[in-house]
Design a binder for this molecule. Structure first.
Ligand code: NAD
Length: 288
């Protein structure tokens, strides 16, 4: 299937679908080159909060971006309002497959014919929700990590994405202070999250087998890699229920992953140890 590569992208709007943690942060980054960024969210309160977050941080982010120029960040009550003439549409709604499938069908129907349609999903490759998309060649994953603190973004094909679209985004994203990485084939977990999953899994296995206590693992990891935090401290920050969810997703897709890490996480969660958010996890020194 052929795609029309969007032109005049400097002056055309960008649409972000979902005003939550990631949507508002992506909007902030993409508003640093002068164009309008529209945030769509059916939840009025979430939409207002997302727009306020991006606007409150914009001046600082523009200063931090070479040749930065503040754009306009606005809320859009309807998808149609958000999409009109947008050259780039980024979906950042909750991690629910049916919701994302429905949204991509709408985006494909309502967005400009040359609009690039991307998803920020951490667990689903876009190949899982292009069933009702007429032209999957304009669809891909753009996985933003946690801007503006962590500005990597992994670009991954839908299986049918036109190479010229990936090249355009590889070329364009650095202007917004982002560092794009090309994931060359479909991979659940992209590049970084797969490697991080392996580190978490093995650290959990080491503790579950009684080879070393969590704080011993963290200390040797920090010394050898020169990081501020070790894997157990980082898992406590993410939340052990979230860590378990992610690991269960990998285990459902890949045969032969060890069960010990999941067993240990289940035990921790059953004891109410969810990490920082519950006041205790692998460490007890968090105040609620
Ligand atoms: N939070 C993270 O650390 C992180 C990191 C990388 C990627 N992601 C991915 O980003 C996506 C969003 O995650 P999040 O943490 O920002 O979620 P979130 O729950 O903070 O925000 C989701 C927003 O989507 C809105 N929404 C729900 N239905 C919608 C619809 N039909 N149209 C428009 N908006 C709708 C909700 O009202 C909410 O404001 C997920 O796919 C997640 O996997 C999250």
């Amino acid at each position: 299937m052929t795609v029309t590569i969007p032109t005049n992208i400097e002056s055309r709007p960008i649409a972000i679908i979902g005003a939550g943690t990631l949507g508002s942060r992506i909007a902030l980054m993409l508003a640093t080159q002068g164009a309008e960024v529209r945030i769509s969210d059916p939840n009025e309160d979430a939409r207002a909060k997302g727009v306020a977050f991006a606007n409150d941080n914009l001046a600082k982010q523009v200063d931090a971006t070479p040749n930065g120029k503040a754009g306009k960040i606005v809320g859009a009550a309807t998808l149609e309002d958000a999409l009109s003439d947008a050259w780039l549409v980024i979906e950042a709604v909750p991690e629910k497959l049916d919701l994302k499938r429905a949204i991509f069908a709408d985006l494909d129907r309502l967005a400009a014919p040359d609009a690039i349609l991307t998803s920020n999903s951490s667990s689903f490759p876009t190949s899982e929700f292009i069933e009702k998309v007429a032209n999957p060649a304009r669809v891909l994953n753009t996985h933003f990590m946690m801007p503006p603190l962590v500005n990597s973004v992994e670009l991954m094909t839908s299986g049918a994405t036109d190479d010229r679209i990936i090249a355009l985004l590889m070329d364009t994203f650095p202007k917004y202070g982002l560092t794009p990485y090309h994931v060359m084939r479909e991979s659940v977990g992209f590049i970084f999250n797969r490697i991080w999953a392996a580190i978490k899994r093995e650290a959990l296995a080491v503790a579950e087998e009684g080879v070393a206590a969590p704080d011993t693992v963290d200390r040797i990891f920090r010394q050898n890699f020169g990081t501020d935090l070790g894997p157990f401290r980082m898992m406590d920050q993410v939340g052990l229920d979230v860590v378990l969810n992610i690991e269960e997703h990998y285990a459902a897709l890949r045969e032969g992953l060890p069960e010990g890490p999941r067993k240990l996480l289940h035990r921790m969660i059953d004891e109410g140890r969810l990490g920082v958010k519950s006041g205790k996890g692998f460490y007890d020194d968090y105040s609620k």
